[in-house]
Design a protein. Structure first.
Length: 261
């Protein structure tokens, strides 16, 4: 695991909050929030983390919310099982569950709409998802006819419930002083005026910003070997698909802690 952390640090960099001062934020009293980072087809880790969350829940009457930050699919081999699991959890009336849109879900939906522009998806984990649904993946670059064949096959193999799940994903969610989104937000733009492209794709302009966003932004998308805490944001994508570490941020009042696989 230490070797994987070093690789992640080398590939993606790692910032720490050691010299940036404390993060100040709270959620309403009587609530508990679990925010889960990028899953990327690692059903095994999602199931393990949910067992840890179940053990962590105190049965103390707190209003509990679980927020998933997107990128449920691609790269890992069990994307369909991840979505099935999340759909099954939706019937648990004791916990509110919020599923956000990630760029990988957006790319899959884009493939279903226009496969000719989807080469980027296929080379970034989409081929694994096609295989998981029993669809032969075209080689990239692929002939237009091959891309269309793959699209039609995926339309036939993708359960209606999975398509509805993907189409219904939210872009963001706010609780107390926290704003949850997949990738981040555009500096200088009010939260209420953010656009989808930035919310699921933005990277360095957001990561390097020292702006006060008016809320603490909780995000995934940008892999780090460890949770990344900054005065204006918290990044919890710990590269589960390759590191084996899936992370959840736990918020209660003005307290913050983490669970991870």
């Amino acid at each position: 695991m230490a070797a994987v952390s070093k690789i992640l640090d080398a590939l993606f960099g790692r910032r720490t909050a050691d010299d940036t001062g404390p993060l100040l934020g709270r959620i309403p009293d009587g609530e508990r929030v679990y925010a889960i980072g990028d899953i990327h087809g690692r059903f095994d880790l999602l199931r393990q983390l949910h067992a840890d969350i179940a053990a962590d829940r105190k049965g103390d009457g707190q209003k509990e919310t679980v927020i998933y930050l997107g990128d449920y699919i691609d790269r890992g081999v069990d994307s369909p099982q991840v979505i099935d699991f999340l759909l099954d959890l939706a019937t648990d009336g004791d916990v509110k569950r919020i599923c956000l849109l990630g760029n990988h879900e957006a790319m899959l939906l884009g493939f279903l709409d226009n496969p000719q522009g989807a080469g980027r998806w296929l080379t970034n984990g989409g081929q694994t998802t096609l295989h998981a649904y029993g669809v032969a993946s075209p080689r990239v670059p692929a002939a237009p006819a091959d891309m269309e064949t793959a699209r039609q096959a995926l339309r036939e193999r993708l359960p209606a419930a999975h398509l509805n799940f993907l189409q219904d994903l939210k872009l963001c969610h706010q609780i107390g002083d926290y704003y949850f989104v997949h990738a981040g937000v555009r500096p200088g733009v009010p939260l209420g005026q953010q656009v989808k492209e930035d919310m699921i794709w933005i990277r360095n302009e957001f990561l390097d910003a020292q702006d006060d966003f008016s809320k603490i932004i909780v995000h995934g998308h940008s892999i780090r070997a460890k949770v990344e805490e900054r005065p204006n944001r918290i990044g919890i994508d710990t590269g589960a698909y390759m590191s084996g570490t899936l992370t959840a941020l736990v918020l209660e009042g003005d307290q913050r802690r983490y669970l991870s696989t």
